[in-house]
Design a protein around this ligand. Structure first.
Ligand code: AMP
Length: 298
């Protein structure tokens, strides 16, 4: 069945009111849906009576006007895909509905969780924008569970911190990164890559896999593990904006990987800034599968 499309918080509340008892699952997105988003919707479908998808390209989390402008917008296709994945309600508000004239509040998560990695590169305003819009969306939907992708690992940490600090009554569920066959993390921005750039982008998962291989061989020094990533990227002619290994919970720097560590990177490929990550867990072998074609490049 086609989901109901609502544009205002008032309509959304009215639509959800009769369904609260059976549990509400919520998947916030910026649209241009791909298999990663659909996997989140299916997880929400499995665990809740009613599933809400939001589609909102949030201007306040974009640093570059050109990136915001170029962000793909494909609402009709998104609604059809969301229907197949089991969404009951699509909340697609306008910018004015989310930020009416006079809007003046910012939710700002402090400390390393928001200031390292993407926070350091994109500036404070990025996670302020994310935290503020996610807080507003959670208050609009009031879901029992909200689903986020591990591809944006730092976002999950920031959102969990905010939900705990503000006492928002919701369970934050993180789901694994969905990848193409060559390992590239699915992203709405991938559609902006040319064929040649798309091929080049396969170096990202290859580089993370190189670090996972070294980790499986017993390397625990973050510098050596990051070096394995940089070497693989350099072989493809790519220079990362950052490659960092931090504690997976606090996102603080570490001297040795003795607890779960987040290995995260950002790389510009053509017009697009791509991010990806893996978690290195001592004693756990969970390497990114790469297709034979991609592995023969190594
Ligand atoms: P976005 O529309 O890119 O803001 O993403 C909306 C949600 O989908 C976020 O929780 C993302 O982390 C998640 N997501 C995006 N890409 C992937 C992916 N490849 N695998 C899993 N989740 C993803």
């Amino acid at each position: 069945m086609s989901p109901r499309i609502v544009r205002t918080v008032a309509e959304l509340r009215a639509e959800l009111a009769p369904h609260r008892a059976d549990g509400i699952g919520f998947v916030p997105t910026m649209g241009a849906l791909h298999e990663g988003h659909l996997a989140l919707l299916r997880a929400a479908r499995d665990e809740n009576g009613t599933v809400v998808l939001s589609i909102f390209v949030n201007p306040t989390q974009f640093g570059e006007a050109a990136d915001l402008e170029a962000y793909p917008r494909t609402e009709d296709r998104d609604v059809a895909l969301a229907a197949e994945a089991g969404a009951d309600v699509v909340f697609a508000p306008s910018v004015e509905e989310m930020y009416p004239a006079g809007f003046a509040t910012t939710v700002s998560v402090g400390g390393a969780v928001a200031e390292t990695l993407e926070g350091a590169l994109r500036g404070r305003s990025h996670f302020d924008g994310v935290a503020t819009v996610v807080a507003k969306l959670l208050l609009a939907v009031q879901p029992d569970r909200a689903y986020f992708g591990a591809k944006d690992a730092q976002q999950v940490v920031v959102v969990r911190r905010m939900v705990e600090d503000l006492g928002i009554p919701v369970e934050i569920v993180a789901r694994p990164t969905s990848r193409d066959a060559d390992g590239l993390a699915r992203s709405s921005r991938n559609t902006r890559l040319s064929d040649a750039e798309r091929e080049l982008a396969a170096a990202l998962p290859r580089s993370l896999r190189a670090a996972q291989d070294a980790f499986a061989d017993g390397v625990r020094d973050p510098r050596r593990l990051a070096g394995a990533v940089r070497d693989e990227l350099a072989a493809a002619g790519l220079e990362p904006e950052y490659v960092e290994i931090v504690d997976a919970g606090s996102l603080e720097p570490i001297a040795e990987v003795v607890r779960p560590a987040l290995l995260a990177l950002a790389v510009r490929v053509g017009p697009v800034r791509l991010i990806d990550n893996v978690v290195l867990v001592p004693g756990v072998d969970d390497r990114i599968p790469l297709t034979p074609v991609e592995r023969s490049h190594r």
